[in-house]
Design a protein around this ligand. Structure first.
Ligand code: FES
Length: 106
């Protein structure tokens, strides 16, 4: 297996009904992951760009959380409709999608 140039993690973690933190599963994480894989496939970016589902990444209240490595860029509140911008702007053009950046300390 070749080492990917970028690895994108999409949280699909599920929590019990009623959990106050919410979850990326509830926010549509599985659909976001499917859309991302479809976009990467359609643009012939696999396997250089790899997309993998992840467990909880700690941003449960603002899922779906998507993290791009080695860039260490964290996106939050990602919807299926945002995937084209992430792939086109960030992955292909190298421009971070500012409106989706997760507020975090350094
Ligand atoms: S459930 Fe996705 S970050 Fe916690």
């Amino acid at each position: 297996m070749a080492k990917p140039k970028k690895h994108i993690f999409v949280c699909t973690h599920e929590r019990p009904a009623g959990d106050m933190r919410g979850s990326c599963k509830k926010a549509g994480g599985a659909r976001v992951l499917d859309a991302l894989r479809g976009e990467l496939f359609n643009r012939d970016l696999m396997p250089d760009i790899k997309a993998t589902k992840s467990g909880c990444l700690g941003g449960c209240e603002s899922g779906t959380i998507v993290v791009v490595y080695p860039d260490n860029v964290w996106y939050h509140q990602v919807q299926v409709e945002d995937i084209e911008d992430i792939v086109e702007d960030h992955i292909i053009d190298g421009d971070v999608v500012e409106r989706l950046l997760m507020p975090m300390g350094d």
